[in-house]
Design a protein. Structure first.
Length: 273
């Protein structure tokens, strides 16, 4: 393993901004810096002053910044431009600083697009959720050629707006319709108050072919456990989180780790999170 330089004046700083900072990104990036001997360090932050934080990224030559809720759309006017991945959905989860020029990217969108690339776009889908991540998932579905799908969201304005934006149907509740592709993009099943919740009923899971759950913690949600028990293909929040973090890493460093290095860093981040 290469020796990582000691932190000093030449060390490049990468960071994240979130209302509730997590540990996965910090541990994933720092583990790869150590593995590859890169003179970088990564630190998570929260802020009540988004504009001031973005000025700091520019002023301090911070190389990159991951952006989480509630900042993914609010940050856009503070940037110099958007990469196609962010422009496609007007949502940013990554800032790259090139000599003071700040460009917004969306690696959530890119990760989901890769993970669903081999699913037949003629498949009918049901997507539960209407937040920023739901926007990235809906855009990836639309751009992959999916046309027959429904956005399920109790928030009428957000749900109808998201459905209209990408040309899908909307409803407030699940109903009993079958769909080959089920996607949970809500906190249902997440560690905390909704940890025991099943995002889709057993009958819908049984009638599906593929189940996607973007919840990262716990790694095995009630939905994923039920889908595996029913013999369905699953795409997990851990897969999404790892792919999007890898894309960020490459954008920041210009270095592409091999598959074993990525898997080890992801496992380290989860075990120590």
């Amino acid at each position: 393993m290469p020796t990582k330089p000691l932190i000093g004046p030449t060390t490049r700083l990468c960071m994240s901004l979130a209302a509730r900072p997590g540990t996965f990104g910090t541990r994933f990036h720092n583990r790869l810096y150590e593995t590859l001997g890169l003179d970088f360090v990564y630190k998570a932050f929260s802020t009540q002053d988004l504009e001031g934080a973005v000025r700091g990224i520019r002023a301090l030559d911070i190389r990159g910044c991951a952006i989480s809720m509630p900042f993914k759309e609010a940050v856009i006017p503070l940037l110099d431009g958007l990469a196609p991945s962010a422009a496609a959905i007007d949502s940013v989860n990554t800032i790259v600083n090139d000599d003071g020029v700040l460009t917004g990217h969306n690696t959530d969108y890119a990760a989901v697009a890769r993970l669903i690339a081999d699913i037949d776009p003629a498949t009918r889908f049901m997507l539960r959720g209407s937040g920023g991540m739901a926007k990235a998932v809906a855009a990836a579905l639309r751009d992959a050629g999916f046309r027959d799908g429904t956005i399920v969201a109790r928030n009428t304005a957000a749900g109808q707006g998201l459905a209209a934006l990408y040309g899908f149907a909307w409803r407030a509740e699940l109903g009993e319709d079958a769909a080959g592709l089920l996607l949970n993009v809500t906190p249902l099943g997440m560690t905390g108050g909704d940890a025991a919740a099943l995002a889709f009923p057993q009958a819908m899971i049984a009638a599906s072919d593929v189940v996607v759950d973007v919840v990262q913690y716990p790694p095995e949600t009630p939905l994923l456990r039920a889908a595996r028990a029913a013999g369905k293909r699953v795409i997990t929040g851990a897969e999404v989180a790892t792919l999007q973090a890898l894309d960020q890493f490459v954008l920041y460093t210009g270095v592409t780790p091999d598959a074993d290095q990525v898997a080890e860093a992801a496992a380290f981040a989860r075990a120590n999170g």
